[in-house]
Design a binder for this molecule. Sequence first.
Ligand code: DX5
Ligand code: ZN
Length: 216
Amino acid sequence: MERLVAPSMLSADFANLACDIEMVNKSQADWFHLDIMDGVFVPNISFGFPVVERIKALATKPLDVHLMIIEPDRYLERFREAGADWLTVHYEACTHLNRTLSRIRELGMKAGVSVNPHTPVELLTDILEYADLVLIMSVNPGFGGQKFIPNSIARIERLRKLIDQKGLSTLIEVDGGVGPSNARELYQAGANVLVAGNAVFKADNPLAAIEMIKNA
Ligand code: DX5
Ligand code: ZN
């Protein structure tokens, strides 16, 4: 099964962004994970379009944009223009999720849906075929460097069963508290894409950390 790594730029050094982008470019990482926070859906504000555009200009790998914002429909087109290849919205922020995911695909991006730790993955049963990716939050979204919530493993296993039962190729991505120490267990539970912020950028050797996650 596919094993991808997506370093979260939230933990990068914003005064030396070009340097951190270059590191990801030459690493074994597969995507750039970009966390967009509005201070309403989550209790933190991160960065917006100018930063996404500059990362796009230097990145040689796809941009995986994770929207932790209310009313994401207002900005889908704008994120495509800024360079998003994968665009993920939150289940909890969408009243008409089918419409939102369909629109993301129409705009030429891959569509993702994310669930907070309290949202049962079974609620995605009837939307799975409209999603290219499901992002399981393994911390409460809003901040890097938090502790992995243990029952996320069971959530990944349950989602993996649902996806396989339907014969779909929807990817499972896991985000929050992920690093070399739990990567193997996550891939084994059925995850395809691991996001890692602090485990990469706060490591003494970020390139080695990415390699350890990828080959866990
Ligand atoms: C959290 C974000 C994550 C975060 C992960 O709300 O969605 O992408 O950057 O950071 P770590 O890997 O440090 O938990
Ligand atoms: Zn994220």
